[in-house]
Design a protein around this ligand. Structure first.
Ligand code: NDP
Ligand code: DGU
Length: 276
C-alpha cells in the first residue's frame, strides 16, 4: 500500500480534498472495482463517480477491496440533471448512498444546472440539507457557468466548495477559473486529457521528451500547476500509476506558452446551456 501521493487542497468549508483523483466515467461496476482498488493501493485517495455512471456499486466495492478505511478515501458523486429538484435530489442521494454502501459521501455535486428546467436552485437547497445532516460532508456543482453560480450565490446560503467543469488545453476555461477562485470555489477539471484526444498534439510530445515524461503527465502537470483539482480517468494500471506521478517536475514559462497555444475552444462534451 503506497502512502497518499497527491497534495490536498483546503476547501472553503474547511474540509481537505486531494488535488488529483481517479475518474470512472464509462466504466462498468467490475472495471470500477478493479481500477478504484488498484488506484487506492497506488497512492490515490479520491474517486469521482456519479449516479449516471451506473457504477457506484463497483466504486464502493473498490474502496472496500482497497484495504483503506472509509475515512482515508474522498468519495464524490453527483445527482443527474433529470433528478434536479428538491425531493427528487434527496431520493437520488439516498439511492447513491445505498449503491455505494456508505453512510456519507465526501462531496455531492449537482451534475448539470440544466437551466431550462430551472430547478438547480431547489436542487442546491436539498444539497444544503444533506450537508447540514452530515451525509454530504461538502457540496458542490458541476458544469456551472459563472451566470449559474451568480444566481445560486444570490438566492442561497451555502457557497459551493467545488465547480467541476470540462477543462483541458483546448478549453482552459481561464475566465471561469478566475471567477470560481474569486469566490473561494475550487475548479475541478473533468476530461482533463480531452478524453485522451489532446495527447496526440505534436507539441506535447516534445515537452514530454524534454521532461522525460509522457504527454499525459505533461498535461496533468499543467492542471495541477494551475492550482486546480483534476480527475483523470483510466482503467489501465500503468496509466493509473503514471497519471498521479506528476508532483516532482515543473513546467517552465516556455512550456506553459506551448500548452497555451493549443487552446481552440473545442469541447468534448456539451455546453452546459444546451443540456436539459
Ligand atoms: N461532471 C461532468 O459532467 C463530467 C465529469 N467527468 C469526470 O471526469 C473524469 C475524467 O474525464 P474523462 O471524460 O473520463 O476523460 P479523460 O480526459 O480523463 O480521458 C480518459 C481517456 O484517456 C485515456 N488515458 C488515461 N490516461 C492516459 C495516459 N496516461 N495515456 C494515454 N491515454 C490515457 C483513458 O484510457 P483507458 O481508461 O483505456 O486507460 C481514457 O480513454 C471522468 O471519468 C469523470 O469522473 C467526465 C465527464 C463529464
Ligand atoms: O459526467 C459525465 C458527463 O456529464 C457526460 O454526460 C458528458 O460528459 C457527456 O458525455 C457529454 O458529452 O457532455
Amino acid at each position: 500500500m503506497l502512502d497518499a501521493l497527491s497534495p490536498t487542497i483546503t476547501l472553503n468549508d474547511g474540509h481537505t480534498m486531494p488535488q488529483l483523483g481517479l475518474g470512472v466515467y464509462k466504466t462498468t461496476d467490475a472495471e470500477a472495482t478493479h481500477a478504484v482498488s488498484f488506484a487506492l493501493q497506488h497512492g490515490y485517495r479520491l474517486v469521482d463517480t456519479a449516479a449516471m455512471y451506473l457504477n457506484e456499486r463497483g466504486v464502493g466495492d473498490g474502496v472496500r477491496a482497497s484495504g483503506l478505511a472509509r475515512d482515508e478515501v474522498f468519495v464524490t458523486t453527483k445527482v443527474w440533471f433529470t433528478d434536479n429538484g428538491y425531493e427528487s435530489t434527496l431520493r437520488s442521494f439516498d439511492e447513491s448512498l445505498d449503491r455505494l454502501g456508505f453512510d456519507y459521501v465526501d462531496l455531492y455535486m449537482i451534475h448539470w444546472p440544466a437551466p431550462r428546467n430551472d430547478k438547480y436552485v431547489d436542487t442546491w437547497r436539498a444539497l444544503e440539507r444533506l450537508r447540514d445532516e452530515g451525509r454530504a460532508r461538502s457540496i458542490g456543482v458541476a458544469n456551472f457557468h459563472a451566470k449559474h453560480l451568480e444566481r445560486l450565490l444570490g438566492e442561497t446560503d451555502v457557497l459551493p466548495a467545488v465547480n467541476q467543469v470540462e477543462l483541458h488545453p483546448w478549453l482552459p476555461q481561464t475566465e471561469l477559473t478566475v471567477f470560481d477562485r474569486s469566490h473561494g470555489i475550487l475548479t475541478q477539471d473533468w476530461s482533463p486529457l480531452a478524453r485522451g484526444h489532446v495527447l496526440d498534439s505534436g507539441p506535447l510530445a516534445a515537452l514530454a521528451a524534454k521532461h522525460g515524461t509522457s504527454p499525459a503527465q505533461v498535461v496533468l502537470r499543467w492542471h495541477v500547476q494551475r492550482g486546480n483539482a483534476v480527475i483523470p480517468k483510466s482503467v489501465t494500471p500503468e496509466r493509473i500509476e503514471q497519471n498521479i506521478d506528476v508532483f516532482d517536475f515543473e513546467l517552465d514559462a516556455d512550456d506553459l506558452a506551448v500548452i497555451a497555444s493549443l487552446e481552440s475552444g473545442e469541447r468534448t462534451g456539451v455546453d452546459p446551456d444546451d443540456r436539459n
